[in-house]
Design a protein around this ligand. Structure first.
Ligand code: GDP
Ligand code: CA
Length: 317
């Protein structure tokens, strides 16, 4: 079985841990969002790729869901003593090493996809991890009161409390999918969307020309990251509000649309979505969607695989 997953950071990484357990023999390709990437102190930081790599490779801080376990902050402290660069974005010492290595390899002229492959040689995540593109795409947030800021500045420094009027994957329209991305989509038995942020995680991936069309041609099953009208962790509601989409499992599925989604998993609290005419062509299934631990997450992942297999057997799947 070949499964291709479009992935953001924490929500995706947790789901992928369950997917590996639910489908142990499957060949899983992960297409990671790079819209969150940022250059800090001259170092290229790829938060979503690293969250997937560390989580599946056993190096993640379980409490935070991002960053390294057992981290220390000596370098960050020294940088702060110099007046800092971006004090609102703290990197740990172990994490710094990843960004130093990545930046060195990029400076040697290697594309991000090759660099990611090399970093994964250490972590052995058990999936093939591809960035959505080797080209630079950065999600920009247009604030209500005028200025345009990098997504990380809005998310981390401003905690997404300043209202935004638009969220734009800057550079996506000119980007090309990284080598292997379109093939991984075309050759997959089906595509899964983990409960990742639809606006700033899945959205930028779909904005790279060619990816949306390739995904739409396949059987696609998504898992709602919205439960009972709220994102389980984080501030995805602020992103949805910025693009004029209600924070509900139904509205997110309608935002993806029946042209893209064939199946949609919602939490039991949201089971009314199954009868919503707005989602008529989409097969909706309700089950508990809190990824509490590996066991509950494995059940969710198994349900997504089962629904995708069921739908791909149908003539229009
Ligand atoms: P990020 O890049 O680190 O923000 O991570 P993702 O975009 O991959 O995922 C973040 C999203 O995961 C959040 O917006 C939540 O909606 C969703 N999420 C987090 N925890 C859970 C959970 O336990 N269950 C479900 N269904 N969704 C979750
Ligand atoms: Ca992210």
């Amino acid at each position: 079985m070949r499964i291709t997953v479009l992935a953001g950071g924490v929500g995706a990484a947790r789901f992928l841990r369950g997917l590996k357990a639910a489908a142990p023999g499957a060949r899983i390709t992960v297409i990671g969002n790079t819209g969150d990437d940022i250059t800090l102190c001259g170092l290229r930081v790829c938060p979503d790729l690293d969250t997937v790599m560390y989580t599946l490779g056993g190096g993640i801080s379980e409490e935070q869901g991002w960053g390294r376990a057992g981290e220390t902050f000596t370098v960050a402290g020294e940088l702060a003593a110099y007046g800092g660069d971006t004090p609102w974005f703290t990197l740990g010492d172990k994490d710094f090493a990843t960004h130093i290595m990545r930046t060195k390899l990029l400076a040697e002229g290697k594309p991000l996809s090759e660099v990611t492959r090399m970093l994964c040689e250490r972590w052995r995540p058990g999936v093939r991890l591809l960035p959505m593109s080797d080209d630079v795409v950065e999600t920009h947030v247009h604030l209500d009161d005028g200025p345009v800021v990098h997504f990380q500045e809005w998310w981390v420094r401003l905690h997404a409390t300043v209202p935004a009027r638009a969220i734009v994957p800057h550079g996506a329209a000119e980007a090309t999918p990284a080598p292997g991305v379109l093939e991984a989509i075309a050759n997959a038995d089906f595509i899964l969307f983990p409960p990742s942020n639809p606006v700033v995680s899945i959205g930028p991936i779909l904005a790279v020309p060619g990816i949306r069309e390739a995904v739409a041609a396949k059987t696609v099953v998504g898992v709602s990251g919205i439960i009972g009208g709220a994102p389980v962790r984080g501030m995805a509601d602020a992103c949805l509000t910025a693009i004029g989409v209600e924070t509900s499992a139904t509205a997110v599925a309608a935002h993806y649309g029946a042209g893209l989604l064939d199946g949609w998993l919602v939490d039991e609290q949201d089971k009314a979505a199954a009868d919503d005419p707005a989602l008529a062509p989409i097969a909706v299934r309700a089950l508990p969607l809190y990824m509490r631990d590996l066991a509950t997450t494995t059940v969710i992942a198994r349900a997504s695989v089962d629904l995708a297999q069921e739908l791909s057997m149908e003539p229009n799947g």
